[in-house]
Design a binder for this molecule. Structure first.
Ligand code: CUA
Length: 269
C-alpha cells in the first residue's frame, strides 16, 4: 500500500515544527540571565530559534534529499524536464516568509517596548531637541514602570579604551561597575572621543555611548555575580580589549562597598 505524498508532507511538516519547538525550548545558547528584562528577551530568542531551526532543517533537509533522490544516474544523458513555473507553489513560498517576517517584526517591537526601549525615544520627542534629558521619568507601562523613582543614578564615561563609572551620590569613581541586586539602575552615558557601546550579555542590554549626546540605559540586575562589560562598537585599535566588569552584589555587600569608597562619608567622619 502506498501512502499518499500529501500525508507524508504533512507528517514531515508536523515533525519539523515539533522538533523546532523542542529545540527552542530546550537548547539554550545564551549566558545566564541577570536582569529583569533578560527573560523577556529570552522569550523572543526562543521563538526566533524555533523558527530558525524549522527553516534550516526544512530547507537543508529538502536540499540534501533532492541532491540524492534526483541525481543524474549513469545511464541518463538527455536534458532534464522543462518546468516553466508553478503559480500555487510560488504564492505559497512568498506568503509564508511574508507572514513569518511580519510576525517576527511585530513581536520584536512588542518585546522591545516591554523592555522599556521606547521610553527614551518618547522622552526625546516630548522634551524637544537638545535639552538635557530627564533621566528616568515617564515610563509607559513597561517593566520598569514605578521602579524608576528610586533608581540609582550612575554616570558612565567611555573613552579609548575604557569605561569609567562615577557615582554622584558618594562621589565614587570606579573602573568596575558595582550594583546592588534588585535595585533599578539608571546609567547616564557619554563618550569622550568616539562612539562606543556598552554591552552586558548577561543583562541582554546594549546601548551606544556617543560623544556630545548623552544616552541612558535603565535596568534592574537580579542575579549576584561578576559579568563582563564589553564595548560593542568598533572604536579603534584596542576596541577588542575595551572591557570591564559589572559586579552585582546583594544589598549588604553593595552597601559595604559603597560606604568604604564614598568620599562624602570619609569627609564626614
Ligand atoms: Cu570602545 Cu569599542
Amino acid at each position: 500500500m502506498q501512502i499518499p505524498s500529501s500525508i507524508i508532507t504533512l507528517l514531515i511538516g508536523m515533525l519539523l515544527v515539533l522538533g523546532g519547538m523542542w529545540v527552542g525550548q530546550n537548547i539554550n545558547l545564551l549566558p545566564v540571565d541577570a536582569s529583569v528584562n533578560a527573560p523577556i528577551y529570552d522569550e523572543l530568542f526562543q521563538v526566533l530559534f524555533t523558527i530558525g531551526t524549522v527553516l534550516f532543517v526544512g530547507i537543508v533537509g529538502l536540499l540534501v534529499f533532492s541532491l540524492i533522490r534526483f541525481r543524474r544516474r549513469s545511464d541518463q544523458i538527455g536534458d532534464g524536464i522543462a518546468i516553466e513555473g508553478n503559480l500555487p507553489l510560488e504564492i505559497f513560498w512568498t506568503a509564508v516568509p511574508a507572514v513569518v517576517v511580519l510576525f517576527v517584526g511585530l513581536y520584536s517591537y512588542d518585546i522591545y517596548d516591554r523592555m522599556g526601549g521606547m521610553v527614551p525615544l518618547a522622552h526625546d520627542h516630548m522634551d524637544g531637541a537638545h535639552e538635557e534629558r530627564v533621566w528616568g521619568g515617564i515610563s509607559s507601562g513597561s517593566v520598569q514602570a514605578g521602579e524608576i523613582g528610586n533608581a540609582l543614578p550612575i554616570d558612565v564615561t567611555a573613552m579609548q579604551f575604557a569605561f569609567l563609572f562615577h557615582y554622584p551620590d558618594g562621589d565614587i569613581i570606579s573602573g568596575e561597575l558595582h550594583v546592588p541586586a534588585g535595585r533599578p539602575i539608571t546609567l547616564r552615558m557619554e563618550a569622550k572621543d568616539v562612539i562606543h557601546a556598552f554591552w552586558v550579555p548577561e543583562f541582554r542590554l546594549k546601548q551606544d555611548v556617543i560623544p556630545g549626546q548623552p544616552t541612558q540605559l535603565s535596568f534592574t540586575p537580579t542575579r549576584p555575580g561578576r559579568y563582563p562589560i564589553v564595548c560593542a562598537e568598533l572604536c579603534g585599535p584596542y576596541h577588542g580589549g575595551m572591557r570591564s566588569t559589572v559586579v552585582v552584589e546583594e544589598q549588604d555587600a553593595w552597601d559595604a562597598w559603597f560606604s568604604s569608597n564614598a568620599k562624602t562619608d570619609a569627609a564626614n567622619t
